[in-house]
Design a protein around this ligand. Sequence first.
Ligand code: DGL
Length: 274
Amino acid sequence: MKKVGPIGVFDSGYGGLTVLSDIRERLPNYDFLYLGDNARAPYGTRSFDVVYEYTLEAVNELFSRGCSLVILACNTASAKALRTIQQNDLPKINPNNRVLGVIRPTTELIGQLTETGHIGVLATEGTVNSQSYVLELLKFSPETKVIQHACPMWVPLIENHRHDSVAGQLFIQEDVRILLEKDPEIDVIVLGCTHYPILKEYIESIVPPSVKVVAQGKMVAQKLEEYLSKHASLNLRCSKNGQVEFLTTEKATEFDKKASVFFHENVCSTHIKL
Ligand code: DGL
């Protein structure tokens, strides 16, 4: 009999919970196992090698706990580790398992939302420097112009719950201003870091009304549903009892307290070491 288990969802910290929340809404019957590497977050300013090493450890942990499919609900990990894991590691670990990221599904759909064809991307330094958004968007919407800006302060502000302080808002205003100044024709801003949806309302309040601010969770959820319907044997290996469990590499009580801000449900996590 084939092994059945939850879909693994991984992020450096709390950000992936925003994606998990949208995935759960779309696929309520599936089981999920979330892993936040909070002890080693943020990943955004770390080198390619380190992000790859940490992400591979997390993926292996989720596989060892019964997941056949893992979603890297982290743009930085999707940009820096996904391809190597898919091409080099998966064939050795288990060629029937799958690891998917969040950049591809976002770039497949985001081009439909722009009228001017100028899309702004706010993301971590790692994601911006990888050029993943530029390269992927050009595949699906070759006419679009992609303008990126890295916001290295945002994840630490969010992880420490300082994003709605006066100082935090000044950082956010400044980064949004820099992006829009680079190209005033931008009419779509992609929140290209899974931590940023928590800032969506605030960002909407400081940009012109013609600019759409887009979080990627719903797009990732839509594409995951399509993926599962096309991959029947993988789908059969995903258990469906509507349950969700949480793992963190930091203190569980701290995770549970902060996680509810991102997940809107009570969270009871277990501490693990990677
Ligand atoms: N939430 C992650 C992302 O989407 C990572 C942020 C970080 O750890 O710097 O990029």
